[in-house]
Ligand binder design. Structure first.
Ligand code: UT7
Length: 348
């Protein structure tokens, strides 16, 4: 589809809690082992939010950094989007709290609730606003503190997740650069494969349900695993096809960081070598909607991307939902002296 304007990532930022929770510490919490967690998930440690470190607080910090990185003033922001499913309040939206903290006085704000796919949904939404000419500058945040939604006696879930936030400033760029295409999807038939059973309108909380921890994440891990491996390739293929590209054109795949085995299996299916797939799940675990924008901040920090590169982001998660975005990187990134890109960290 032809749009009047291009919409690209002009700045990135991230914020994670200082508290590191290692696998060794988790051995004291549930019947697990560092070896099991590393071999089944690739995770070595994750960050856990302390008191006062909420999605709005972490999200505003990440967004502030992204604005500084883009050289955009808060007063010039038209819209703040926050992808989250662990927001500060049941309502209003966490995006409103971030908008206030940033001092983005002119901006509209709303949340995008697509769980771990949230950032891919929000990025596609931001791009559509900017490409149509309806808006000029959108701050897209992914922020989650799922540690507060975990049943710390359930070893199949509590070892997986971590807390954090990442953000991207989406604004006008040259046509043919920035977000080239997206593919979003959902299958509500899988709603109960990963969800929080109680606390919503269908099953309001009671003392009994609280005691049974039904207000915490329940997941059917192996089914979500199979879905993830299949959908990463399918969503990317559709978005790439819409952009007139193929998997071999992808310079860097930035997948949702849930499990190294998922990422490896999906990359293999897509025919992508390790060097063309980014992973930092080892250090942060699954930070839900924050994982992709944190990864984007790190690929910039680690000089893993240059202007003109084709970057594909892909997310999957509760809903079930999935989303992929294909971008032609539109920023001039500084190159190391000698023209070599710095050695990558956090590869799979
Ligand atoms: O954003 C999307 C979020 N969700 C996901 O990404 C989840 C996707 N799924 C997964 O990543 C994997 O399914 C898990 C990592 C959750 C589990 O790995 P798995 O290889 O699918 O293991 P499993 O669930 O089939 O369990 C194998 C065994 C079981 O024991 P038995 O029944 O074979 O005796 C589990 O009880 O591993 C046991 N187990 C553990 N053992 C030690 C499950 N969790 C643990 C644990 N430590 N933490």
């Amino acid at each position: 589809m032809q749009f009047p304007y291009g919409a690209g990532v002009l700045g990135v930022g991230m914020a994670v809690p200082a508290r590191v929770l290692t696998n060794a510490e988790l051995e004291q919490v549930v019947n697990t082992s560092d070896e099991w967690i590393r071999t089944r998930t690739g995770i070595r440690e994750r960050r856990i939010a302390g008191e006062g470190e909420t999605p709005a607080v972490l999200g505003a910090e990440a967004a502030g950094r992204a604005l500084a990185d883009a050289g955009v003033r808060p007063g010039d922001v038209d819209l703040v989007l926050c992808a989250t499913t662990s927001g500060d309040f049941v309502w209003p939206a966490t995006a409103c709290l971030i908008q206030d903290a940033l001092g983005a006085r002119r901006a509209a704000a709303f949340d995008v609730a697509a769980a771990c796919s949230g950032f891919t949904y929000a990025l596609a939404t931001a791009a559509a606003f900017v490409q149509s000419g309806a808006m000029r500058t959108v701050v897209v945040v992914g922020a989650d503190t799922l540690s507060r939604q975990l049943d710390w006696s359930d070893r199949s879930t509590c070892i997986l997740f971590g807390d954090g936030a990442g953000a991207a400033v989406v604004g006008r760029c040259a046509a043919g650069e920035g977000v080239l295409a997206s593919s979003l999807g959902s299958d509500g038939g899988g709603a109960e494969l990963i969800y929080i059973p109680a606390g919503g309108s269908r099953t309001p909380l009671t003392p009994e349900l609280l005691a049974q921890r039904r207000n915490k994440i329940a997941m059917c891990g192996p089914e979500v695993f199979r879905f993830a491996v299949r959908i990463i390739g399918a969503a990317c293929a559709e978005a790439l096809d819409r952009a007139g590209l193929a998997a071999e054109d992808v310079s860097l795949l930035v997948p949702h960081q849930a499990n190294t085995r998922i990422i490896r299996a999906a990359a293999e299916r897509m025919g992508l070598s390790e060097g063309r797939v980014f992973s930092n799940v080892e250090r942060y675990g699954n930070t839900s909607a924050a994982s992709i924008p944190i990864a984007l901040a790190e690929i910039v920090q680690q000089r893993r991307v240059r202007r003109g590169d084709v970057v594909a982001t892909v997310g999957f998660g509760a809903g079930l939902t999935w989303g992929a975005n294909v971008l032609r990187w539109c920023r001039d990134e500084p190159v190391e002296p000698g023209g070599e890109v710095a050695a990558p960290e956090g590869r799979i």
